[in-house]
Design a protein around this ligand. Structure first.
Ligand code: CAP
Ligand code: MG
Length: 428
């Protein structure tokens, strides 16, 4: 059967994928036939069990080729619409391992309106989170308790408290802190939420704690979620790429009633190679679809890999109602699905604040600083104040230098803004 049909026009119900493909053999057309075949109904040879109705109703069609890019339409009926795991098992499954393909990258895919309606999307979204935190006109500030692990529960809570009092809105666990013997989950949550209440009283601001509920089983995750809620927590965090999409759908569909923060640890194992794997745009899309309220998408300027155009494409995918076709995206109308709050994290310090605002061109950004707060010369509280001051100064459009003692000390430790500007020339 012919899987390549350049005359085919996708229907509004098709799932359309954009791939980058490099064949490993000379016969490029053979490869382009195999790609839609293996990701829908085909295998390496004809089979007697194939029926005309299967080919007609469920076969994918490669309908556009431009250099190494191809667009493939998958019929709606090929999918269990409410099952992200099943969708990925087709469009992002076996095809990555087929020998005749040297490199293959899924760049983005369109979710048809008919499929969208099976999903809840974020419960809070950007508006809901701003309402909860009572912060309207500025980016939100977060920190990760450092070191990543090893602190006892009371020490962990104290670091969180210092950060909140210094000016941070949200404190989170690190991705590998779960329920180890030196810092039991329940004791950590109890102690940290106790000090959150104290910080709220003292500052008059809302303060949030994102406990990492990543656990060995979904049941255990629900147990930890319940513990957080029973103790007055309003947020939880999940290592989304590690626990998998079935887990995420299970959690979201249970209407957990707390903000869901998505930490994307492990994503780079499949998103980083520009020629092979699954682009971060795809991860961004499924997280918004399922209904994660916040998602790490990269910083452009921090310690983690992430090209500017891709980071901004991910931002558009999780924030905009309509995403237009571009080099990094396919068309998407999100209809009623709320936006996910983008998170920039990894290697940030206060000097990065104005640069981040210029890159992202929006206050709808959660900026997270781990080392950039707890590594401040005057320790955590001063580090948090330096970040908050950097946000204030940036919003007033005044220089960071001379704004406060804490900010000056941060600049002294991590470098002059002007030097950073030079390094990252090209910021518009
Ligand atoms: C940041 C962080 C986050 C990264 C993850 C870390 O700490 O806690 O996990 O941001 O990367 O452990 O590195 P620092 P990404 O602020 O001290 O770097 O957000 O790109 O997924
Ligand atoms: Mg971390």
């Amino acid at each position: 059967m012919g899987y390549v049909d350049l005359k085919y026009t996708p229907s509004v119900d098709d799932v359309v994928c954009k791939f980058y493909v490099e064949p490993a053999i000379k016969d490029k057309m053979y490869v382009l036939e195999q790609l839609p075949a293996e990701s829908s109904i085909g295998t390496w040879t004809d089979v007697w069990t194939m029926k005309p109705r299967i080919a007609r109703n469920l076969g994918a069609k490669l309908f556009k080729i431009k250099n190494n890019y191809v667009w493939i339409a998958y019929p709606y009926d090929a999918f269990e619409a409410r099952n992200v795991s099943q969708i990925l098992s087709s469009i992002a499954g076996n095809i990555f391992g087929v020998k005749i393909i040297k490199n293959l990258r899924l760049i983005d895919f369109t979710i048809p309106r008919k499929m969208l309606k099976h999903y809840k999307g974020p419960a809070f979204g950007i508006e809901g989170i701003r309402k909860l935190l009572k912060v309207r006109e500025r980016p939100l500030i977060g920190t990760i308790v450092k070191p990543k692990m090893g602190l006892y529960p009371k020490e962990h809570a104290k670091v969180a408290y210092e950060a909140w009092v210094g000016g941070v809105d949200i404190v989170k666990d690190d991705e590998n802190l779960c329920d180890q013997k030196f810092c039991r989950f329940e004791e950590r949550v109890r102690e940290t939420l106790k000090l959150r209440d104290k910080a709220e009283k003292e500052t008059g601001e809302r303060k949030m704690y994102m406990a990492n509920i990543t656990a060995p089983t979904v049941q255990e995750m629900f147990k930890r979620l319940k513990f957080v809620k029973d103790h007055g927590g309003e947020y939880i965090m999940i290592d989304v790429c590690i626990v998998g999409y079935t887990t995420l759908q299970t959690l979201r569909e249970a209407e957990p009633g707390v903000v869901l923060h998505a930490h994307r640890a492990m994503h780079a194992a499949f998103t980083r190679n520009p020629k092979h794997g699954i682009a971060m745009q795809v991860i961004s899309k499924v997280n918004r679809l399922i209904g994660l309220d916040q998602l790490h998408i990269g910083t452009i300027i921090g310690k983690m890999h992430g090209e500017r155009a891709e980071v901004l494409a991910c931002r558009d995918i999780i924030v905009n109602k309509i995403v237009n076709e571009s080099e990094y995206t396919v068309y998407q109308d999100w209809c009623y699905i709320k936006p996910t709050f983008p998170v920039a994290s990894g290697g940030l310090n206060p000097i990065h604040v104005p640069i981040l605002l210029r890159y992202f061109k929006s206050y709808d950004l959660i900026m997270q600083f781990g080392g950039g707060i707890h590594g401040h010369p005057l320790k955590t509280r001063a580090g948090a104040k330096a970040v908050r001051d950097a946000v204030d100064a940036s919003l007033k459009n005044v220089p960071l230098e001379g704004y406060s003692k804490e900010l000056d000390l941060a600049i002294e430790k991590w470098g002059k803004k002007s030097e950073l500007e030079k390094k990252y020339r090209g910021v518009e």
